[in-house]
Design a protein around this ligand. Structure first.
Ligand code: NFS
Ligand code: SF4
Length: 627
């Protein structure tokens, strides 16, 4: 196996930027220069503009805002607002999925592809399934899930999936999330002028809002996406810009909600549409993806991944992208003006993400089939507008095996322990590998790219070092795509592992970096650790498992960080979440929260040190267990 290096990826980007320069295109690489150095007040989180007496910024000469709020209150409020933004975003995505499920019909565009999973969840929630039509059940479950967003009493249903001990910690710390929307609204209430300015209270609500995401909205997103579109199983695909095909109509799906990308894939595969593409002079249609919606369709359909977050402009710069079709989140408004420099159609589809210089084709569950078809047609018709002298697709891609939902993982790992009947269908084989030391532990690698960190470098280098140390990696989001682009999701990457992990990869026939899906699918990782804890009789915080987001950038990532920590998993960040300005906030996040949830954050911007700290933490946990 020959890995693709970050240097090679950067060379390909440099070549694409030359095309960009030719047509006068802007690019994030240029905009970063204009924005550097960043505002120091903003960077440290010490600027407040939540009321019109401000903006106030804290300096040694001005230690309090006009209302008298100190730096800890300002940093804390900013942190909670950041979290609420992320929790709202993931959860609203989950809500959309519930609405799609509510609209599912046996003869409609959206069907129930995994009825077994639907029944399993219904039983878990105490909903009667006996003798019920599967679509009636789907609609009832969708409505029940939607109620989780606004129910006046009680806490999230999904919390019951956590081990008793974790549930008790949440209860005692008063961070059990109530209605999902309530935790977002309460956060915004708390951060209004003249409400909370006590770091402890702000951090507590940050954990609670995070949990409303991970053990609420995101879990709805993941679980009901599986019901609608199928629970992922191992499947082969490819990653990096080389998956685009110069002879074909290239449609790139970008964003997060599989309701759109699934339909686009469905119609791009339709013989009628392929014939249409051929009538326009192309040899066929290639759909590839960027960001999390790419992960969604890669996991379920093997649709190739053109790239991750900071590669989104590159797909247009190839000059071979007929349409980039987006829904919500992580979409650069830059795609509007950029696509105007090429023949590319930039198609926005959601009322939630509307952008200048785009063609807005409003997508909704009722008209999904018709709109998806329209989009594919527009892309085909656009093929003839290509400017051949601008076309350059870097010849760069890697093979990847993806699709490791928890269900798939459990099934796959059954192969490892000579199929002892009593342990199949549980996480016990994995626990055995860990306790025996064949695998030292696991790291959940998640999150974005950020120009502050050399893009993809941290993801890839960290993963290489972890697997060499017999630490298995589960990955999601743009981190997973970095791994796939490098080649770390090729089964042949087992050769980069320590002897123990290599053996497990051979026995189970898996790559050492396991793709668990999009960022909402980090909820899968939460269920995985919950099952590991239950099956081993340990607390989650005792497991030699940590989380890491080395290149994160979005509000969603902070929300995730909060629920991962709140679930009992130490979390390592490579970028500071704008809290450096407050020693008290730093203290709460890196130590104080440990008293409530048995885990905390580590922020380390030196990537070498970051990985060593993770390995040390995993070994510390092993020592404490005497394994
Ligand atoms: Ni996650 Fe996925 Fe990527 Fe970051 Fe954005 S696509 S939801 S936020 S940038 S990992
Ligand atoms: Fe300034 Fe206080 Fe208003 Fe913030 S809330 S802008 S610190 S006066």
């Amino acid at each position: 196996l020959k890995l693709t290096t970050v240097e090679e990826m950067e060379a390909a980007t440099a070549r694409l930027l030359e095309t960009g320069a030719k047509v006068g295109a802007d690019a994030w690489q240029l905009r970063v220069k204009n924005q550097t150095p960043h505002c120091k007040f903003g960077e440290q989180g010490v600027c407040c503009r939540i009321c019109a007496m401000g903006p106030c910024r804290i300096t040694p000469k001005a230690p309090r805002g006009i209302c008298g709020c100190d730096v800890h209150g300002i940093v804390g409020r900013n942190y909670l607002k950041f979290t609420a933004g992320g929790a709202a975003t993931h959860s609203d995505h989950g809500r959309e999925i519930c609405h799609t499920l509510y609209a599912a019909q046996p003869d409609g565009a959206y069907k129930v592809k995994d009825p077994e999973k639907l029944i399993r969840i219904a039983k878990e929630w105490g909903v009667e399934t006996e003798g019920k039509d599967i679509y009636d059940l789907a609609h009832e479950m969708a409505e029940t899930a939607l109620m989780e967003y606004g129910k006046p009493f009680g806490v999230q249903r999904w919390l019951k999936r956590a081990p008793e001990h974790t549930q008790k910690l949440w209860h005692d710390a008063e961070i059990e999330p109530r209605a999902i929307d309530r935790e977002v609204a309460t956060s915004l209430h708390m951060t209004h002028m003249g409400c909370s300015s006590k770091p402890e209270a702000l951090v507590r609500q940050s954990l609670r809002a995070g949990l409303a995401d991970g053990w609420g909205g995101s879990m709805c997103g993941t679980e009901f996406s599986d019901v609608l579109f199928g629970t992922p199983k191992p499947i082969d695909t490819e990653a990096n810009l080389g998956v685009m095909n110069a002879d074909n109509v290239n449609i790139v799906v970008h964003g997060h909600d599989p309701s759109l990308s699934e339909m686009v894939c469905e119609y791009a595969d339709d013989p009628e549409m392929i014939a249409y593409a051929k009538s326009m002079g192309a040899k066929g249609i290639t759909v590839s993806g960027v960001c999390c919606t790419s992960n969604e369709v890669a996991m379920r359909r093997g649709i190739p991944m053109a790239g991750n977050f900071l590669q989104q402009e590159n797909v247009v710069l190839t000059g071979a992208c007929e349409a980039i079709v987006v829904d919500v989140q992580c979409i650069f408004p830059a795609l509007g003006p950029l696509s105007k420099c090429f023949h590319t159609k930039f198609i926005t589809t959601s009322p939630i993400a509307q952008m200048p210089d785009s063609d807005y084709i409003r997508f909704d569950v009722g008209t999904a089939a018709e709109k998806a078809k329209q989009i594919v047609k527009i892309a085909c018709e656009n093929f003839k507008n290509r400017k051949p002298d601008l076309v350059y697709i870097p010849d760069m891609k890697q093979k990847a095996t993806v699709g490791y939902s928890l269900e798939a993982l459990v099934k796959t790992l059954d192969g490892v322990t000579n199929s002892q009947v009593d342990v199949t269908g549980t996480t016990k084989p994995l626990i055995e590998c860990i306790t025996s030391g064949v695998i030292r532990g696991a790291v959940a690698m998640v999150g974005c790219n950020n120009p502050k960190i050399r893009p993809d470098y941290a993801h890839i280098e960290l993963m290489k070092k972890l697997i060499a140390n017999d630490i298995v990696v589960v990955a999601s989001g743009c981190s997973a795509q970095a791994a796939a682009k490098a080649g770390l999701m090729d089964k042949a990457a087992k050769d980069l592992c320590g002897a123990g992990l290599k053996r497990v990869c051979e026995l189970a026939d898996i790559p050492p970096v396991l793709h668990m899906g999009s960022c909402v699918d980090i909820s899968r990782m939460m269920v995985l650790v919950a099952e590991l804890a239950k099956d081993s009789g340990l607390n989650i915080s005792q497991l030699p498992v940590v989380g890491c987001a080395p290149e994160w950038m979005s509000e969603k990532a902070v929300s995730i960080g909060n629920y991962v920590v709140a679930t009992g998993i130490d979390t390592f960040l490579g970028v500071d979440p704008y809290v450096a300005g407050s020693s008290e906030m730093g203290q709460w996040l890196t130590e104080g929260v440990r008293d409530w949830v048995e885990a905390a954050y580590t922020v380390e911007t030196d990537i070498e040190k970051l990985v060593d700290k993770m390995i040390d933490r995993i070994e510390e946990k092993r020592t404490a267990l005497g394994i």
